[in-house]
Design a protein around this ligand. Structure first.
Ligand code: NAP
Length: 287
């Protein structure tokens, strides 16, 4: 049984792929550019673009299960493209990466980012295929963006200073995804994935500084400055979506990002990794 992993060269998909491959499952990695993809030896690689549906039938040929992710404003079309082709090629079960907030925010109050995920979930849940939906909170790996500051003047700049967030380690997301792809009993389930505690960005910076043995300082920047950085990394539409979600979070008194959910523990049988665990495991990334 072949499992197709989308986002296989990326953060969560890469970890899903590595775990499935190490456990001896037959995996196929989807990437737009097989020549540039650096994937574990022995993994089957297929070239396809989720924005180009004609490239997907070959990628899905013989596939029974899929780990499905896509990015930003492309989420709704790219996930829908893959689901539409998967229905015709014999896929049985798709494990989809979505986002926390889909259940916590009312649809009429949702931001573009939330709506893109909502539409992507709907494309899957209405497809007739078996599904599992993973709704993670913000990723701990965002802190990798602080590495340059940690190596330089030690000043971490972010627009979000005092918003508690129960960030999740992408390794935990990947571990839950692998369970859902390889064990029975996860069909029709939605998992809200958070870390074991809610920390503000100021607190995260303090935890990271202690882990890497360097004094780090936090400096709050404006949302406009942050938007410019995001637009440079992900493009204008996605930057607008991220910033709208951020504004809403900052304005909201009871934001869902600080809530803790038990699903990592329920699925994995252990507590979720903490930000301190993450920081200690990533000291080399800040050296
Ligand atoms: N970041 C957060 O805090 C957060 C919070 C909640 C939910 N999420 C969810 O997680 C997602 C991000 O996951 P991530 O960090 O693992 O992403 P990532 O590492 O940034 O993903 C990059 C991957 O996307 C693939 N890709 C991009 N465009 C593609 C296309 N047109 N066709 C096929 N593949 C394409 C790339 O493949 P190639 O370059 O090899 O083609 C690469 O493997 C978000 O979109 C959101 O749905 C994120």
């Amino acid at each position: 049984m072949t499992i197709l992993v989308t986002g296989a060269t990326g953060n969560v998909g890469g970890k899903v792929l590595a775990r499935l491959h190490a456990a001896g499952h037959s995996v196929r990695a989807l990437t737009r550019d097989p020549a540039r993809a650096e994937l574990p030896a022995g993994v089957e690689v297929v070239g396809a673009d989720m924005g180009l549906p004609d490239t997907l039938p070959d990628a899905l040929d013989g596939v029974r299960k899929v780990f499905l992710m896509s990015l930003g404003h492309n989420k709704r079309t790219h996930d829908a493209n893959l689901v539409a082709v998967a229905r015709k090629t014999g896929v049985e079960h798709i494990v989809q990466l979505s986002t926390l907030g889909v259940a916590e925010v009312e649809e009429e109050n949702d931001t573009p980012l939330g709506l893109w995920h909502r539409q992507a979930e709907k494309a899957l849940t209405e497809s007739g295929l078996a599904w599992t939906i993973l709704r993670p909170n913000g990723f701990m790996t965002h802190a990798l963006g602080w590495a340059r500051a940690a190596r330089g003047d030690g000043v971490v700049r972010s627009p979000v200073a005092d918003l508690p967030e129960a960030l999740v380690d992408p390794q935990d997301i990947a571990e839950v995804a692998v369970r859902a792809l390889t064990e029975p009993g996860h069909e029709g389930r939605v998992y809200a994935l958070t870390g074991p505690e809610a920390l503000t960005a100021r607190q995260q910076v303090a935890v990271l500084g202690a882990a890497i043995g360097r004094e780090l300082r936090f400096e709050q920047i404006s949302i406009e400055e942050h938007r410019a950085v995001m637009a440079g990394l992900y493009g204008e539409a996605t930057a607008d979506g991220v910033v709208a979600a951020l504004r809403k979070a900052l304005e909201s008194g009871d934001d869902f990002r600080g809530r803790l959910f038990p699903d990592v523990r329920n699925v994995l049988g252990r507590r979720a990794r903490s930000f301190q665990d993450w920081a200690e495991a990533h000291v080399a990334d800040f050296a």
